[in-house]
Ligand binder design. Sequence first.
Ligand SMILES: [Zn+2]
Length: 251
Amino acid sequence: MTVKLHAIRVGVVEMDRSVFLPATPKGVRIDAPGLVFVIQHPQGNVVVDTGIDPQVYADPVTYWGGLARALVPKGDEGDGLLPRLEEAGFSPDDVKLVVNTHLHMDHAGCNRFLPRATFLVHRAEMEIAPEMEGNGYYRSDWDYPLSYRQVDGETDLFDDGLVKLVPLPGHTPGSMGLVLKMSGGVVVLSGDSCPLADNLAGRIVARTDKDPENSLRSMEWLAARQQEGASVIFGHDNGQWPVLPAEFTLS
Ligand SMILES: [Zn+2]
């Protein structure tokens, strides 16, 4: 038994590189891709993160407020979750579970488009989202009568060791990553516990991280998996996108 992974890009956020790597001079701009993954497991498909609400692109400040001036979303309706899933060959009815690595606006913006799925979100994330409304968290992303199941600690999604959720706090209190046992080896989806490969290589805490000590601890955990031979897919690394290992299906 094995799992397959599809990596899907849903819009980008144009931003200063210094947001992720504080030593970079101001004004160096990067495109940070929004990433959604579909994990195909024999017991059902799991979507990891849902990307940016496609309504945001036309009028970012209305949705994201002042944050939209520093983090500029670029895309259109076609960059919504559903059109991108369809291009990859999936319909919303094919999705059994959704994991939100956290509830920030670039990871939970299309939750409402999967009303039949069960959403797995860390307990700490569900607690902080209402308190931080307007600061990267927006009720218009996540606050719907969806089937949210709170998780806490490591969670083996299908009790077979193939797809595991791992808490990786630091960026936010409830940030999670995933560990996938694939036929080609172990793949770790870091979520925003590590946005770029350079963050991990230099153990550099991003400006967007709420708890630097926890971020460093989470990065040490990722580095240990990397040393064991796992491939780590970072949260927003455009440079990594074209060179993701060939056994993945890219969409
Ligand atoms: Zn993000």
